[in-house]
Design a protein around this ligand. Structure first.
Ligand code: ADP
Ligand code: MG
Length: 235
């Protein structure tokens, strides 16, 4: 089986600061992720996970090395081009949901489409479809504070999916949720993986990581383990 890599990091280094104060957050990361893979990134605090996430999501550019997203060398893009790649190619999901309060679920999900210049009628339709995918079509007119944590995260997943991104990128998506809501979110990710979505999820939790098909362990700015999980092998 050969699938083209959607993500290819080639000897990525990230250094914060200069001189004696310089922090080498990433020390030479080379990783490929195939289209449709479901990858968890684990590692202790300070190991470079957020730094890696910022690079993968095109929120930041590496000090050296190359990052190819869908075959395109992101390292060479300017701010405006990066913003456009972020909007079109990446669906972000955060630990704290990051929904806009006093805007209902539908309007929250529509936001990335507004930035993408999609017309009102199509926006509505696509946002409703995305809410339907996470089982919340009947909550479209609810504002974040009227929803449970798990429901808010499902709205955030709908918002991440509405642009039909190449990559779904989640940073501790279940970190603020109880075990029942965590399971809801993980089964949505399972469905997305079954549909062939590419997912990268950063997590501290073993039970979350083992739902992925592949687990990368990061330590001191290096990938120290890269394992296929049982789930993938038995499929
Ligand atoms: P993790 O997410 O795994 O906890 P980070 O990627 O946040 O790790 O951090 C990796 C290392 O880089 C840590 O030593 C951290 O202190 C440092 N670091 C992260 N961001 C910055 C920054 N903006 N400026 C200086 N050092 C940073
Ligand atoms: Mg972090």
């Amino acid at each position: 089986m050969t699938t083209s890599p959607i993500l290819h990091l080639d000897d990525i280094h990230q250094v914060y600061g200069e001189g004696e104060a310089a922090v080498h957050a990433l020390r030479g990361i080379t990783v490929e992720v195939a289209t449709g893979d479901y990858v968890a990134i684990m590692g202790p605090s300070g190991s470079g996970k957020s730094t890696l996430m910022n690079l993968l999501g095109c929120l930041d550019v590496a000090s050296s090395g190359h990052y190819y997203l869908n075959g395109r060398d992101v390292s060479e893009l300017d701010e405006r081009q990066l913003a456009s790649v972020r909007n079109r190619e990446v669906g972000f999901i955060f630990q704290s949901f990051n929904l806009v309060s006093r805007m209902d679920a539908l309007a929250n999900v529509e936001l990335p489409l507004i930035y993408g210049g999609v017309k009102r009628k199509e926006r509505r339709e696509r946002a409703l479809e995305a809410l339907d995918m996470v089982g919340l079509a009947d909550r479209a007119d609810h504002e974040p504070q009227q929803l449970s944590g798990g429901q808010q995260q499902r709205v955030a997943i709908a918002r991440a999916l509405v642009t039909n991104p190449s990559l779904v990128l989640a940073d501790e998506p279940t970190g603020n949720l109880d075990s029942e809501a965590t399971e809801e979110i993980l089964s949505i990710f399972d469905n997305l993986a079954d549909q062939g979505r590419t997912i990268v999820i950063i997590t501290h939790e073993e039970n979350v990581a083992e739902r992925a098909h592949r687990v990368l362990t990061v330590k001191d700015g290096l990938v120290i383990a890269d394992k296929k999980t049982r789930r993938k092998v038995t499929q």
